[in-house]
Ligand binder design. Structure first.
Ligand code: X90
Length: 276
């Protein structure tokens, strides 16, 4: 039985060396220009371009053909996607699954609506990889990943929410507060997979301590994956807080790629963690 993990680029993960893996790119569109969220992209150039670009910019989810190409040849494919409540990505993955299974009646495709994005998707992919390497059966992996997803969460701290607001993905009032000088919005991915604001903080230091207070409500030392948009200092500050309380915890820091950088914007921090 050959397995594959196929994930959309909102995970910020371009590869997973331990398993058969593919990332399917979302796109950022600004007039004539199209930025593809893959390893060829110059992210700083995209953000500079967007900073000067005054018209509306938007994003687009992968289409059915993008998914089918990424599925390639495998007996069983796991497909964690960005929340279906903010993107059409999960729905195009489902269409691709139906076509793929029609062409290959003996293969399995399991799409997973993570109701989240970024580093929470990374946790889910890592758990899938662990079970694939342990040679679990398709049905076991499918059942266990759904159970695991009940125990992962996403918190964030964002300085700007302009692109979320302009694209109708967050309440404009919330975005306005984030636009104020030095104000960061702390929030979580809700159970419905939407952006849920939890509080405001003035200054980076307060934002990080507020984010960590929020996390401590159900964090017990499990895995943590942090993604930042040109804000390694904030990611490291959070990691220090975590390590002070849980020295043994498995914490890693990575950078956001195009899609998450577009919406989380410069300074943004996303934190995926296990509540166990
Ligand atoms: O289909 C598309 O065009 C993509 C739309 C994606 C919209 C959401 C991206 C969120 C990126 C921002 C902060 C975290 C919010 C978490 C809510 C689940 C990251």
């Amino acid at each position: 039985m050959t397995y594959k993990i196929v994930m959309d680029s909102s995970s910020n993960l371009q590869e997973m060396p331990s398993v058969n893996f593919a990332s399917v790119a979302l796109k950022i569109i600004a007039g004539e220009r199209e930025f593809i969220d893959d390893p060829h992209l110059n992210l700083q150039e995209m953000l500079d371009y967007l900073a000067d670009y005054k018209d509306k910019s938007s994003t687009s989810s992968p289409n059915v053909y993008d998914w089918l190409e990424a599925f390639g040849e495998a007996d069983a494919i796991f497909v964690p996607t960005i929340t279906s409540n903010l993107s059409g990505t999960y729905s195009s993955a489902n269409l691709a699954r139906d076509i793929y299974q029609e062409i290959h009646p003996n293969r399995h495709v399991c799409t997973l609506d993570t109701l989240s994005t970024g580093p929470e998707m990374v946790l889910i992919a890592e758990k899938l990889a662990e079970m694939i390497l342990a040679e679990e059966t398709f049905n076991t992996i499918e059942a266990r990943i759904h159970a695991y997803m009940q125990h992962t969460h996403l918190l964030f701290s964002l300085e700007h929410l302009d692109n979320m607001a302009k694209n109708g993905r967050v309440n404009p009032m919330v975005a306005k507060a984030a636009g104020l000088l030095g104000i960061r919005i702390i929030g979580r991915a809700s159970d419905e997979g939407t952006l849920q604001p939890l509080g405001k903080a003035r200054g980076e230091r307060k934002a990080i301590s507020q984010l960590y207070d929020e996390m401590k409500k159900n964090y017990r030392g499990g895995k943590v994956r942090i993604a930042h948009c040109f804000n390694a200092a904030a990611a490291q500050a959070l990691m220090r807080l975590l390590k002070a309380d849980f020295p043994e915890s498995d914490v890693t820091i990575g950078a956001t790629t195009a899609l998450c950088s577009f919406y989380a914007e410069t300074g943004g921090l996303l934190v995926g963690y296990e509540d166990c």
